[in-house]
Design a protein around this ligand. Structure first.
Ligand SMILES: Nc1ncnc2c1ncn2[C@@H]1O[C@H](COP(=O)(O)OP(=O)(O)O)[C@@H](O)[C@H]1O
Ligand SMILES: [Mg+2]
Length: 345
């Protein structure tokens, strides 16, 4: 096995009331994809923010390419060859895709202004090379969450870093886009780039990763080559107990229907009919792009329907806008809570 490009040892970080990291270690080999796993709140993002200089760890050492380093901010990290795809997407909404990607390192014309043609050309070349179909001139606000995530990925890769941290990079993209990202990762790896890959998706870990480090409640559990792990073993390490205890089934009585959606059609779905009963958790499944979000947003009154009726407690209701829904006692927790989930008044 190759030598370590990164060694983080004894890293601790406290926030008021939370011991987010307690003596954690992470050792990543050159030219490998290293999964960092653990349940929500285990400390994965905090550890990565300590690496790239967003947080200063309370204790511990970081060695990069054999030298102890102390990174003060993300610029410093980038200049050392470490970039990161953040879990929380935070594009600058009114800038274009190209401006976002090359922010702070725009090509200039000979009289010192941003060379828009060159900027767009470089962006088109980068996105084309990565197989990402987004126009450089588009404003970030106009992009879907999936495309926003793809631009974030392109940006992190564009720095030609030797270590790229990917914090849940596939939470919003389609299966085809995940497959494309994995091909990009394989090609980076073959050129000696190291990747730290954070995800909850087991199949992605087994598909792309070479080694796995598991954290639990801010503590280091262990590091193993992927060949030494099975799905069950990995989950067991993450949750810290046997699998059998995880999903125990509770009997719930079948109650009366509360919401009845009949023959509902909208922009991306047709003829949807279902009932949701009192006390029920009702799942809506489908691939990315299948129309799940559209369906729920249309029911809630965000988009107009083209056919269908809604009954609440057996009575027909007319929902034309979100305020009608709210009046009838419905609430919608949106996919992107930062962008569309705020109702300010
Ligand atoms: N900026 C912060 N201030 C206070 N607590 C935080 C902050 N960031 C993370 N935490 C807490 O630290 C713990 C680890 O969080 P995080 O690193 O985001 O976990 P993960 O990425 O594994 O889901 C959690 O208990 C979280 O609530
Ligand atoms: Mg996280």
């Amino acid at each position: 096995m190759s030598e370590h490009v990164l060694r983080m040892q004894g890293i601790s970080k406290r926030f008021p009331g939370v011991h987010a990291l307690d003596q954690v270690q992470l050792n990543v080999r050159k030219g490998t994809v290293h999964a960092l796993m653990g349940e929500n709140g285990a400390g994965k993002s905090t550890l990565m923010k300590c690496l790239i200089g967003i947080y200063a760890p309370d204790s511990g050492t970081i060695e990069f390419k054999g030298q102890e380093i102390r990174i003060g901010n993300t610029h410093h990290a980038l200049s050392m060859g470490i970039s990161m795809i953040h879990q929380e997407l935070s594009p600058i909404p009114h800038m274009t895709v190209a401006e976002n990607i090359f922010l702070g390192r725009e090509p200039l014309t000979w009289y010192g202004l941003v060379d828009m043609r060159e900027l767009n050309r470089r962006t088109r070349e980068l996105l084309g090379r990565l197989g990402i179909a987004v126009a450089p001139e588009k404003k970030m606000v106009e992009l879907s969450i999936a495309n926003t995530q793809l631009v974030e990925i392109a940006k992190a890769i564009s720095y030609d870093s030797s270590l790229i941290v990917m914090d849940e990079p596939t939470s919003a993209i389609t299966e085809a886009e995940v497959a494309n990202l994995h091909n990009i990762i394989r090609s980076l790896r073959s050129r000696g780039v190291s990747i730290i890959y954070i995800t909850h998706k087991m199949d992605e870990v087994f598909n792309i990763c070479d080694e796995v480090t598991v954290l639990r409640d801010g503590r280091y559990v262990g590091t193993n080559p992927i060949q030494a792990l099975s799905h069950d073993l990995l989950i067991q390490k993450m949750v810290g107990r046997e699998l059998t205890a995880m999903f125990h089934k509770e009997e719930t009585p079948i109650a009366e229907p509360i919401l009845y959606v009949r023959n509902y059609s909208g922009k991306r779905f047709r003829g949807v009919t279902f009932q949701v009963r009192r006390g029920e958790i009702f799942g809506v499944a489908g691939l990315m792009g299948a129309g799940r979000t559209e369906l729920l947003e249309t029911i809630f009154g965000v988009h107009p329907r083209t056919s269908g009726e809604i009954y609440l407690h057996g009575k027909r209701v007319e929902i034309r806008r979100p305020s009608d829904s709210i009046q009838h006692g419905l609430a919608l927790l949106t996919e992107d809570r930062k962008l569309s989930g705020l109702y300010l008044n």
